[in-house]
Design a protein around this ligand. Structure first.
Ligand SMILES: NCc1[nH]cc(CCC(=O)O)c1CC(=O)O
Length: 317
């Protein structure tokens, strides 16, 4: 029994990955508090990101494409907590909400899934790779300027089906998402963090709640994973420092080793030709300061022209 006079209502998107993440959250809450499945109600909420399938996400623009409707339900009290892929959560949350907990992080790496070859290096000249992510597009172009990247949307299973149907020669996906729905066997090459640094927040699950909802936050405190939480605080502060444009390819990789917090941040032009990166080592005591410092260094190294120079160009077909 939870003592709240009803089940704990978890809001989530309805994709296979989102439902797997909601089940993981529920399982962890059950184990931590001796609760049963009947103490929870998983409520599926459709987001704009689920509805819009025909346009690149970077053009649709809006931050919080996969989260806003769920956050609305949280604010209105229709759900008690919301579960998201941390990568999809905007740096600026709606008033009154916070990220109260993070689950232990999955693999942060990206995977390549090739139709006829297993490795990116083996793709023939001019091969077509599908990805909706500006970061993956830029990192791929940096490795292989000859490749053509086309917009490729839909949930994991749809994308793998499009690949089999021959729409593209390969695609890139987060290994974390593939593992969570037992599809990691489809990966033909796992890319290293060094060659292919992940998106800030990749592989982590964030749990959002109402600020001041003590009952919910007490439940969540018991399952919060400290190391993941510290890394996410740094990565989100880094992203917030650079934000401005959702058209900027941004990558980050962090690691905590005892008292050493290592952070690597990168920004690229969409064509992958211009890259700035920074590496910092600090104590884990002030993760936001670390993320901000990394972001400021990149802003300074790149200069305003970096962001202005290609902004218009990238809109051309
Ligand atoms: N909406 C895209 C999205 N958000 C989270 C994941 C994967 C899981 C993760 O990074 O935690 C994905 C799919 C992908 O990038 O392949």
């Amino acid at each position: 029994m939870t003592g709240r006079g009803g089940p704990i209502r978890i809001g989530t998107r309805g994709s296979r990955l989102a439902l797997a993440q909601a089940s993981e959250l529920r399982a962890r809450l059950m184990a931590a508090h001796g609760l049963g499945e009947g103490d929870f109600a998983i409520q599926v909420i459709t987001t704009a990101g689920d509805r819009i399938q025909d346009r690149p996400l970077s053009e649709v623009g809006g931050k919080g494409l996969f989260t806003l409707e769920i956050e609305g339900a949280l604010i209105d009290g229709r759900i008690d907590l919301a579960v998201h892929s941390a990568k999809d959560v905007a740096t600026q949350l709606p008033n009154g909400l916070h990220l109260a907990a993070f689950l232990p992080r999955e693999d942060v790496r990206d995977a390549f899934i090739g139709r006829e070859v297993r490795r990116i290096a083996d793709l023939p000249e001019g091969a077509v790779v599908g990805s909706a992510s500006l970061r993956r597009q830029a990192l791929l172009k940096r490795m292989r300027p000859d490749l053509e990247v086309i917009n490729f949307r839909g949930n994991l299973t749809t994308r793998l089906q499009k690949l089999r149907d021959g729409a593209v020669d390969g695609t890139l996906l987060a290994l974390a998402g593939m593992k969570r729905i037992a599809l990691e066997g489809e990966a033909t090459e796992i890319l290293t963090e060094e060659d292919f640094p992940p998106a800030p927040g990749q592989g982590a699950i964030a749990v959002e709640s109402r600020i001041g909802d003590r009952d919910t936050d007490v439940l969540l405190a018991a399952i919060d994973h400290r190391e993941t939480h510290l890394r996410l605080r740094a990565e989100r502060a880094f992203l917030a420092e650079l934000d401005g444009s959702c058209r900027t390819p941004i990558a980050a990789h962090s690691a905590i080793d005892g008292e050493t917090f290592r952070f690597r941040g990168m920004i690229l032009t969409p064509d992958g030709r211009h890259v700035h990166e920074t590496r910092l080592e600090r104590s884990p005591a002030e993760p936001e300061a670390l993320g901000r410092e990394a972001g400021q260094r990149l802003l300074q190294a790149a200069g305003p022209d970096f962001f202005a120079g290609w902004a218009d160009d990238s809109r051309r077909p």
